[in-house]
Design a protein around this ligand. Sequence first.
Ligand code: ATP
Ligand code: MG
Ligand code: FE
Length: 332
Amino acid sequence: EMILALETSCDETAAAVVKGGTELLSNVVATQMDIHEKFGGVVPEIASRHHIEQITIVVEQALDEAKISMEDIDAVAVTEGPGLVGALLIGVNAAKTIAFAHDIPLIGVHHIAGHIYANRLEKDFKFPLLSLVVSGGHTELIYMREHGHYKLIGETRDDAAGEAYDKVAKALKLPYPGGPVLDRLAHEGHDLYDFPRAWLENGSYDFSFSGLKTAVINKLNQLQQKQESYRVEDIAASFQASVVDVLVEKTYQAAEELNVEQLIVAGGVSANKGLRTALEGKFEESQIDLMIPPLSLCTDNAAMIGAAASIEFRRGNYKDLTLNANPSLILE
Ligand code: ATP
Ligand code: MG
Ligand code: FE
C-alpha cells in the first residue's frame, strides 16, 4: 500500500510517501529551526503559523518527489499527538481534508510510535524488542512483543534527555537546539568534571536528568565566581559522559533482563555520536541485534509516521473525520 504521511507536532512541517511500511519514496521536511533559534526554543504560536504556510507545499513536494499523484495514495496518516496542540491541529486538519476529498482512509499515529518505526525503513523488526526512545520530550524504554503493541518499562521522572541537552546548552549560551552543538563540542573535550549519574533505586529503569542539569549549572557558577578558566568542550564532554553512561547501562540491563532479540534506538538524541558509539561498543559482544536510525530519520519527519501507519492500515484501524489533535496522547 502507498501512504501519504504528515507530521506537524513541533517545529518541523513534514510530508512523506511510504510504500508497504518499509520503502521510503519521498521524505520532505521544512524546518523552522532558524526561526525559533532567535527565541532559544520553540514558540508554539509561531510554529502553528509556519505550519499552515508550509503544509500544502510539503505535501505537493512529497508527491512530486515520489513521482506519484493523489490517485495512487491508499491512505493518509498524521501525527495526532503528543505535541503542541496548535501545531498538531494543522496536520490533523490537512489530513482530514485529504481523506475527505479523496475518499481514502485516515490513520492517526502516536509521534513516538513514529520515532520507533523510523527504524523499519532500514531493516525489519525482530520481536520481542526493546526501544530506547530519546527525544526532546521523551526518554523511555518501551517493550514490544509484536507490531503496534507498546509496554512502558521505564521513563524519565523529570527532564527528557534532549531537553537536558537544550537546557545545558542554554546555560552555556550556545544556540538552540543544543543537542547537536554540545555533541560536537563534547568530542573536542575531556570528561574532567565528575558530574553525577542518576542510577535511581536498584532495578529501576526510570531516568532522571534534572539533577545533572543543576550540577552543570552549579559548576559553571562556581567556576565563574572563582574566575577560574574552563573549556566549554570539557563541560560538554563531562555532561555527555554522564547522559550516555546512564542511558547505555540501563538500556543494556533492561534488554538483557527482558531477553529481547533487538534493541532499537529512536528520537532526536539517537543522532548523538557519543551515544551511538557507546551503544555499539556495549552491544558488540551481545546476541541482541542493535539498530540505530540513519541521521536523516532521527529527528522529526513524516516518513516515520507513514511507516508506523502501515501497521494500523493493515489492521483496518482507521479514524473518522471527528479525529482531533491530542497533545497528551498515551502510547500504551
Ligand atoms: P518528542 O519527539 O519527544 O515529541 P521532539 O520531537 O521535539 O520531541 P525530536 O525532534 O525527536 O524531539 O528531537 C529533538 C531533540 O533532539 C532536541 O532536544 C535536540 O537537542 C536533540 N538532539 C538532536 N541532535 C542531537 C545530538 N546530536 N545529540 C544530542 N541531542 C540531539
Ligand atoms: Mg523537533
Ligand atoms: Fe520527535
